[in-house]
Design a protein around this ligand. Sequence first.
Ligand code: FE2
Length: 463
Amino acid sequence: MTEPILPIDESTIERLVREFLACQRNPVLYPQDHPLCRRAIHKLLLSLEDFWLRENPFHLIAVGEDILVNGEISLVKYEDSLRRLEEIFLYHHIKKILLFKGLTEKELTDLFSRLSFGRPPLLEEQDHYAIGEGIYLEKALLQTERKTKDDYTPSSKGAIKLYNDALDVARRMAKQVREDKILYPKEIKELSWALVDFFLKRKDIMVLMAQLKDYDDYTYTHSVNVSILTLAQAQSLNLPQKTLFEFALAGLTHDIGKEVIPLTILNKPGKLTDEEFRVIQNHSLEGARLLKKTSGLPFVCAVAAFEHQMKYDGSGYPQRRISGEHHLVSWLVTISDVFDALRSTRPYRGALSSEKIFSIMREGEGTTFHPTLLGRFIQMVGIYHRGTLVALDDNSIGVVYKVNMLNPQRPVVKIICRPDGTLLPVPYLVNLCEHLPGSERYKWTIQGVFNSPYLQVNPLDYL
Ligand SMILES: [Fe+2]
C-alpha cells in the first residue's frame, strides 16, 4: 500500500530554509566542528528526512531575482530569508541546489563548509558541483548587475571628498525624517555603494577616516562612521559585495529613530526623567518602523535599528519578548556604534584614548558584544592604527605609518614634529621595535595619542 502524500505547508518550507541558512551562516563565525555547526546540520537533516517523505528532492532554484523552493512555492512572505538565499546564490554563482533523499550528515557538512561566504565562489570555474549522490548544484548563467557611483579617486583627497559628501547625505536624511517624517532611499543607497566601492580600493584610508575624531557634528559623523566601521567588519568576514552594501546602509540608518524624538528631549543638557529616558529608548523601535515601511531598503536596516541596543547576553533594549539570536548586522553595528561613541567628544566628556576604549569594550566581551566579532574588530582597528597621531617618549610627535601585526604596540611611525614642537620640513620613519644599541630597551615608546585638530595637522597628509 502506498503512503498518503501529505501537502507541504509554508511553515515547513520556511523552517527548512531557516535551518538551511543557519547551517550556512555558522561556519563564518565558528569552526566547522563546533557543536553549534554540528547541531544545526543535524537539525536540518531531520527536517529534510521528514520532507522527503512527501517530496524528493528538496530543491532551491533561482529564477530572476526570486528563489523558488520546490517549484511553485515562493518565499515572498519571508523577505529576509529570501534575501540571504539570494546572496548565497549570487556569491557562489548558483542556479539550483538539489538535496536528495539519503544524503548523509557528512555530505551536508561538506556542502556548508564550501557555501560559506569566506570561501571562493563555488561555481566560478565549473558548471555544476556534486557531493556524493545526495547533493547537486548547478551554475547560474546570468551575472548580477552592479549599481555603482564612482566619482571618488582612491586617494586621501578622494576619501575626504567622499566623507564630506557622506556627511551631507546624512544631514539631508536626518532633515527629511525630522521635518517630513519620510525617508527617500535613493541617495543613501548611492552613498552606500560609493562607500563600498571606495572601501574595496582603499580600505586603509577609509577605516582611518572613520576614526578621525572631534568633528563638529556628532549626529551625522556618527552615522557615517558607524556605516564605514560596519562595512569594514563585514568585509573582514569576506561577505559578498551586496551584503557589504546592505550592512553599510544599515550602519548609516541605525539611529534614524532619534530623528523622531523631540529635540527638547534629545538635546536636554540635564538629567532625563524616567519618561524622557523611555522616549529616547524608543528610538530603536521608531527607527525600525520607519525603515521597514520605506520601500526599496534592505530588511537589515530595520533589523539593525531595532536590535543595535540589545546586548549579546540578552539585556539592553527593547526587551526581547522571544528568545533568539541577533542578526549578524546588529552585532556588527553595536560594536561600531559603541566604538565611535567612545572615540567622539561628547558634551559630558572628552574623547577617550584607544587604550581606554578597548579596555572598556573588552569588559563587555560576551555580555554587551559578540566575543569573536569584538576580538576581530579590535584586531582590525588595532590600538595604534595607521594614521593615529602619537607622542613618543622623547617628546617628538608622529603619525603611525605601518601597523606591526606581531607587536601592535610598536608600529612604524613617521616623525613629523621635533621634541621642541616645531614641524619637520622632511618627516622621517622610525621603527618602534628598534632597541637602543647593546640594550634590551627600546629606542622609542608611545606615550600618548593626540586628536588631530589639536595640532592642526591632517595625518592623512603623511601617509
Ligand atoms: Fe542608537
